[in-house]
Design a binder for this molecule. Structure first.
Ligand SMILES: Cc1cc2nc3c(=O)[nH]c(=O)nc-3n(C[C@H](O)[C@H](O)[C@H](O)COP(=O)(O)OP(=O)(O)OC[C@H]3O[C@@H](n4cnc5c(N)ncnc54)[C@H](O)[C@@H]3O)c2cc1C
Ligand code: SF4
Length: 354
């Protein structure tokens, strides 16, 4: 997996990473080079979140999907929305989807793999009418957010954090803290609009002259991303009209952990010489765990192969199966789990595809 994605060590630290590095060391959580799936075409454009223009950032789109498509092993039906998995006599027999022409089409299959992501997969399963059981009652439960914040420090010299690869270094010193821990990535900044609309200080969102002043200094901010391990207390469910409903009820312990992580990150920036520090509210791009994998049908949605405990031939192959929020970015693990599932299906030990 790592080989195909071109995982390599990013020790090509920018000026801004070097600026904060001594402070991390002083505060006992030294920065380490990140191993990341960006190949030599990465020219530090910094637009990873908007889409990598050089394909230096490897994703399934330019690796696994491209390989299968080029080899004629994959038929893509783009711009289509799967409405439900067809379940007959306790087995998944296909899906129904609405294509770009608006028509509802049924595809029959020996096995169905749902991979709509942590927020969408539970909705699709709930809309498909799973039989009632302890396992199906867990669909959409145990949702983890991996809550994060960007914390910014203002420095005297331009740092140009909009023109760096955003994750060349991380501080792992608090990854295994007894209270749950956190990880910090260095360094990055949002695009100017994202930056302007999310900035806060202890009085709440920044506005007026203070915000204008912060924006004028755009090139001088260094941003650190701090990600906290949560306890999977969220959920995604459907209301009586079939609309999605999300809940994130953090416990007092989780709130204290997030506050501690923010304090530490602020301390790093002050130690590094920042003249002021600002931060964003909570953000997440790492949802995990809403259809967790496990060995006990009373406590999980899918078994160790990724197959539903309740519906044969129905598999889940995305981040929703991760049983507990990972302390680091999850996509490599999600891809490894998907690859493992592909090997399982290819071996066809249950005779679903023969
Ligand atoms: C801005 C951003 C930055 C990130 N940075 C990193 C990073 O640096 N490192 C890292 O490890 N992770 C990162 N992540 C997280 C990572 O992208 C996700 O964890 C990962 O993509 C999740 O994979 P998945 O297969 O579970 O779901 P997804 O990648 O979300 O795939 C689900 C797919 O299913 C499709 N879909 C959903 N419902 C339906 C339906 N009903 N019918 C048809 N199609 C459907 C969706 O359109 C989507 O294409 C980032 C995420 C974001 C948003
Ligand atoms: S910094 Fe990001 S967007 Fe720019 S080339 Fe590298 S991976 Fe692509």
């Amino acid at each position: 997996m790592e080989q195909r994605l071109g995982v390599r060590e990013r020790s090509d630290w920018s000026k801004s990473v070097r600026k904060v590095e001594p402070a991390f060391r002083t505060l006992g959580a030294p920065l380490e080079a990140v191993r990341s799936y960006t190949d030599s075409n990465c020219v530090n454009l910094g637009s990873c979140l908007q889409g990598c223009p050089t394909n230096g950032g490897k994703s399934t789109q330019n690796t696994y999907i491209a390989d299968a498509l080029a080899a004629g092993l994959l038929e893509l039906r783009a711009d289509s929305h799967v409405e439900r998995v067809v379940i007959e006599d306790g087995e998944a027999t296909g899906v129904e989807y609405v294509g770009p022409d608006g028509a509802l089409t049924r595809v029959d299959a020996g096995a169905v793999v749902v991979a709509g992501g942590t927020l969408n997969t539970p909705q699709l399963l709930l809309r498909s009418g799973l039989p009632d059981s302890p396992s199906s009652r867990l669909v959409g439960r145990n949702l983890g957010f991996h809550p994060a914040r960007l914390v910014y420090g203002l420095f005297d010299e331009p740092q140009d954090n909009h023109m760096v690869y955003p994750i060349t270094a991380h501080a792992m010193g608090h990854q295994h803290d007894e209270d749950g821990g956190f990880v910090i990535e260095a360094t990055t900044i949002q695009d100017p609009i994202g930056f302007a609309t999310t900035l806060e200080d202890e009085n709440g969102p920044l506005y007026g002259p203070a915000l204008v002043e912060a924006l004028r200094a755009f090139r001088r901010w260094i941003g650190l991303l701090v990600m906290v391990s949560d306890d999977n207390n969220g959920s995604v469910q459907l209301d009586e009209n079939g609309q999605d409903v999300y809940e994130a009820s953090f416990t007092a312990a989780e709130n204290a952990r997030m506050a501690g992580a923010l304090d530490f990150t602020r301390d790093v920036l002050v130690e590094a010489g920042a003249s002021s520090v600002r931060w964003t509210g909570l953000i997440t791009t790492h949802q995990q765990g809403s259809c967790r994998m496990g060995s006990d049908p009373e406590r999980s949605v899918v078994d160790a192969d990724g197959q539903s405990w309740d519906v044969k031939r129905l598999y889940v192959g995305d981040g929703s199966v991760v049983p507990r929020t990972l302390s680091v970015n999850p996509s490599l693990t999600i891809m490894a789990l998907a690859s493992r599932l592909a090997e399982h299906l290819h071996a066809d030990t249950r005779g679903y595809l023969s």
